[in-house]
Design a protein around this ligand. Structure first.
Ligand SMILES: Nc1ncnc2c1ncn2[C@@H]1O[C@H](COP(=O)(O)OP(=O)(O)OP(=O)(O)O)[C@@H](O)[C@H]1O
Ligand SMILES: O=C(O)C1=C[C@@H](O)[C@@H](O)[C@H](O)C1
Ligand SMILES: [Mg+2]
Length: 174
């Protein structure tokens, strides 16, 4: 597969598995892996929770956009985005132009079983009712559907999802 040219970008809602699957996919394809949230935390020397507390969401989004544009200059890299990154117009535009964008999709009812695992580290899930989270989930899904490929990950383990992605993009124009 000629994925050495384009980057592969994983998008989707918080906790859908972008970081977990991204690592598997990098192993499977022998590519480099970068997680945008982890890169932001190491650059800031702070957790995302602390960045939100000190700089607000807008400060976090500025960091996210700047670092994404820097990291995406590398080629042949798998980049797992944070759940809100693709909602930023500049990130979306640049991703779709230069990379293969994969949306990891699952049904809300299955996703919501994971909510207790996620809430501590995801400030945007805190202080929201289940109804508000579902509304955000559905609203964002419309934007995620702009991806080049949508992969339903229900009932798949992370390695199975990685394999499914690799098979789906094997003939993609790199
Ligand atoms: N296919 C899967 N089946 C079951 N659990 C999973 C699966 N993929 C990920 N998880 C679990 O869900 C949690 C969140 O996964 P992960 O951190 O990869 O999500 P994410 O999409 O990167 O989230 P974020 O947008 O917040 O960065 C982890 O605890 C992970 O073990
Ligand atoms: O969905 C979001 O807006 C976010 C998801 C996480 O990956 C982090 O990028 C941060 O918690 C914001
Ligand atoms: Mg992640």
């Amino acid at each position: 597969m000629q994925t050495n040219q384009k980057n592969i970008i994983l998008i989707g809602f918080m906790g859908v598995g972008k970081t977990t699957v991204g690592k598997e996919l990098a192993r499977y394809l022998g590519m480099t892996f970068v997680d945008l949230d982890q890169a932001i935390e190491s650059e800031a020397q702070q957790t995302i929770v602390d960045i939100f507390r000190d700089e607000g969401e807008s400060g976090f989004r500025l960091r996210e956009q700047k670092l994404f544009l820097e990291l995406s200059e590398q080629r042949g890299t798998i980049i797992s985005l944070g759940g809100g990154a693709f909602l930023q117009e500049e990130i979306q535009r640049s991703s779709l132009l230069t990379s293969l964008v994969i949306f990891l999709d699952i049904d809300f009812s299955i996703w919501s079983e994971r909510l207790p695992l996620l809430i501590k580290d995801r400030p945007l899930l805190q202080k929201k009712s289940k109804k508000e989270i579902k509304e955000l989930y559905e609203l964002r899904r419309e934007t995620y559907l702009h991806a080049h490929y949508t992969i339903n990950t229900e009932r798949l383990t992370p390695p199975q999802t990685a394999e499914k992605i690799a098979k789906t993009i094997q003939y993609a124009d790199a």
